[in-house]
Design a protein around this ligand. Structure first.
Ligand SMILES: O=C(O)CCC(=O)C(=O)O
Ligand SMILES: [Fe+2]
Length: 229
């Protein structure tokens, strides 16, 4: 098969720039969505996207399916100490929540990875990282043929946390506290479609309480998890 796209993890990309532009415009038009105060990245918040009852239901499903979280790089178990699970794609409730996030952002559903649930207990965290794929890592060839870059991240907090558990973006000077039902969205790319290094972020350790989130990562092309390089 002839590939019509470039091996382009780290460089500008018109396709990714267009996804960025389209999504930015859509979110900026929505009066329920606010843009976070930084001009170094496109970061948006929508409070109350998931109701408290829906959050509780998602938490139950995460508790039922959680396993220790993995990293693409496969290294250092201390780096991401939460538990994760992919939620059941055939569950009508999960489908409805996923479609609500897609519709808000104007994303094509088949570009989105499976909705992933995460639970952080006391002291658990996810150290500084970026959600886009660097071009020089061993797993990029597999990611490239399975949908390419992770352009946008959408993450919903399912509960308040008594202390800690914020999502921290040190290069943007932003710290987002977990709030029940709030969806945080950001573009991992710059306006030209190259990776935005300023989107570096961490899930700070939970000091008191438990934190639950669901996350959907959107690829630049259709997500095809079974493609092999
Ligand atoms: O839990 C958070 O606040 C952030 C999680 C995160 O960055 C990720 O899963 O990629
Ligand atoms: Fe992340």
């Amino acid at each position: 098969m002839t590939q019509t796209w470039l091996d382009d993890a780290d460089v500008p990309s018109q396709a990714r720039a267009e996804i960025g532009e389209r999504t930015r415009q859509r979110l900026s038009r929505n009066p329920m969505v606010s843009r976070l105060p930084t001009d170094k990245a496109e970061m948006f918040l929508r409070h109350g996207l998931v109701s408290p009852a829906e959050c509780a239901k998602l938490i139950d499903k995460i508790d039922a399916g959680c396993k220790p979280s993995k990293l693409f790089s496969g290294t250092d178990s201390g780096y991401r100490t939460s538990s994760s699970c992919n939620l059941d794609i055939y569950d009508p409730f999960i489908i409805a929540i996923t479609k609500r996030i897609d519709a808000l952002m104007g994303m094509e559903g088949d570009h989105g990875e499976l909705l992933q649930g995460q639970r952080y207990e006391q002291t658990q965290q996810y150290h500084l990282h970026c959600d886009y794929f660097p071009g020089n890592v061993h797993y990029w060839p597999a990611m490239r043929v399975s949908g390419g870059q992770r352009c946008w991240t959408a993450m919903a907090y399912l509960c308040d946390v008594e202390e800690g558990g914020e999502t921290h973006f040190p290069r943007l000077g932003l710290t987002v506290p977990p709030r029940t039902g709030t969806l945080l969205m950001w573009n991992n790319m710059n306006a030209d479609g190259s990776p935005n290094h300023d989107t570096l972020h961490a899930a700070l350790p939970v000091s008191r309480g438990v934190k639950y989130v669901v996350t959907r990562w959107y690829r630049e092309r259709r997500w095809e998890p079974h493609s092999k390089p």
